[in-house]
Design a binder for this molecule. Sequence first.
Ligand code: ADP
Ligand code: MG
Length: 705
Amino acid sequence: MSLRPSILDPFFAPATTLPGVGPKIAPLLDRLLGEPGRPARVMDLLFHIPNGGVAREMKGSIADAPVGEPVTLSVTVAAHRPPPPGRRAPYRILVEDETGDVVLVFFNGQKARLEKLLPLGERRYVSGKIELWDGMRQMVHPDRILDDRGIENLPAVEAIYGLTEGLSSRMVGRYMSAALERLPTLPEWQDPSWLFRNALPPMAQALALLHRPDDARALSEEALAKSAPRRRLAYDELLASQLALALVRSRMRRLPGRVNAGDGHLVERLKRALPFGLTSSQQKAVDDIRQDLVADKRMLRLLQGDVGSGKTVVGLLAMASAIEAGRQAALMAPTEILARQHFERIAPMAREAGLSIALLTGREKGAERRAILAGLADGTIQIAVGTHALFQEGVAFHDLGVAVVDEQHRFGVHQRLALGSKGQAVDILVMTATPIPRTLALTYFGDMDVSVLNEKPAGRKPIATKLISIERIDEVVGAIGRAVANGDQVYWVCPLVGESETVDLAAAEERFEELKSVFGNQVGLVHGKLAGRDKDAAMERFSKGETKILVSTTVIEVGVDVPQASVMVIEHAERFGLAQLHQLRGRIGRGSRSSTCLLVYKGPLGQTAQARLEMMRQTEDGFRIAEEDLRLRGEGEVLGTRQSGLPGFRLARVEVDGDLLAAARDDARLIVDRDPELISERGQALRVLLYLFERDSAIKLLRAG
Ligand code: ADP
Ligand code: MG
């Protein structure tokens, strides 16, 4: 049951409720604006901001109309010339104005339809490009044919949208008009005097101005950065997220923390069982965490460390502390593969230390699942490893003390909140490999303490990175053949470009077949579309060394750890962002073998792509790479999102909205101080805001608290 105010229903209605969005268009909008398992909604469309605009083409006379450029002409229909019966000729229609005439040409034109569209003797507006054919002016398949009313309704500026194959900006514009017409009047949640001072319009007006500006220049990139309507919406979004964080924080502050560490015997026992000694920054992080845990305040700590810096073991020791204190601990990973891998790694150590541990993902079902849920509820399971399934409704812990979240940037604020609400005073450790700039850390994580792992475990050898053109793919195959003969294992990564998953997958499957024809059963394949069990099986065979070459899409990007893999081939490396290449490459160079990364590109390379690949060749330093990434692509990309913008944000852009972020944070704090339960009139409006931007999990906390 959703408690979302019904006033927001028009926003959350599926896009298919818009006129013209039928079974053919819906999947295209889903691909453009939906998420897996969540079809596109009207609000997804409304928040799809144009990335440019063109003024409606100039109207002119036929005689003056330039050839080959878009024109809109006001004409009278002079004659219909259907093809002679039985002949495969186009249907022609002669139209004219005072200055001359043009033949409109329709291939496969249907008489009845054309007679209705362009009735003899009537005035119509046609737009398209004029061509000369045998000295005659003609227009083949006009883009648009309108009557007087149609031209009235045509916007002065046509917005240009990010698209997917099969959709045009004009189509999106049409659905947008329908969506804008249905906008409900929402209560104002912003402080009116603040809006006034900053010259920001009301939300509905902001949406209309963004999608239907009077001047095409308002949609240029520079104008959008500063545009009041976009900033109004960005501020709404930022306030929603900051308010959600502030609500959680204030609740945390109201509830006392608990001591989540015992005498240290378990931690010591685990440390002794490790096959290596901790690096000094690992030890420092473990100490930081212990201090948090023994204090009776809530821990909210970010553990930042480059790929391969050894975050997992730090997380494990934090969990051990909680168990010493008689509580439970949970480790949440962003994917099933990772959750499973963590489980397989940690379980032997945990069991050795006499601890009970279970794995919970979306896949454990039926009796198995019920048994795990029962164990979590009665406390007989001390450590739970899993995906976000761990923090769904219906999962209850007996007494959760510490939650460790791996690779947090894959999670939204939602999960963060869900997680905090699973126990009395859960201490939270978030582990991330992304060197997050301060501004971003602030938005994304709120105020957290930070521990940094700034050194790699001893004994690591540098990775040699080479750039190779796809034309030399045979040499690459030869090289991995030698590597395999030498006892090395190889990751072969094929890109997911995003245009069409099916095509990308086909490319990976094709590469798999090709390599199989050379290396036979030594080759495995793993990708996101595989069923969970098949994915595990493929990973496990590779991990055990049964397969030597693992062809994959980017599913291995985050966290996977197979130390004996020492060669990585990345196909179409030019299509990846720097951060992503760095994450991928971090999968090798983990063991004692020297490692090689082959970046296979398809030339010719643009300047940025060239610079990016060159950077990869030069350094393994994640922070340097992140800085360069920021310079080359803008901050959104640092966190691996595709669009520019903040991760999890549709409208706010960190490069240009930094001031709004700070304002939103201050405003959120003020709101929570004055009206912690959001019951004032503005408070009620702010609840609507939280629901609109899907930060409403915070509202549940309100009621519970
Ligand atoms: P990440 O920080 O990328 O999550 P992991 O925790 O997966 O890194 O650790 C990478 C690898 O390094 C693992 O195989 C782990 O066992 C190993 N490792 C972690 N800490 C040390 C250490 N202090 N000395 C040697 N190896 C270590
Ligand atoms: Mg990791």
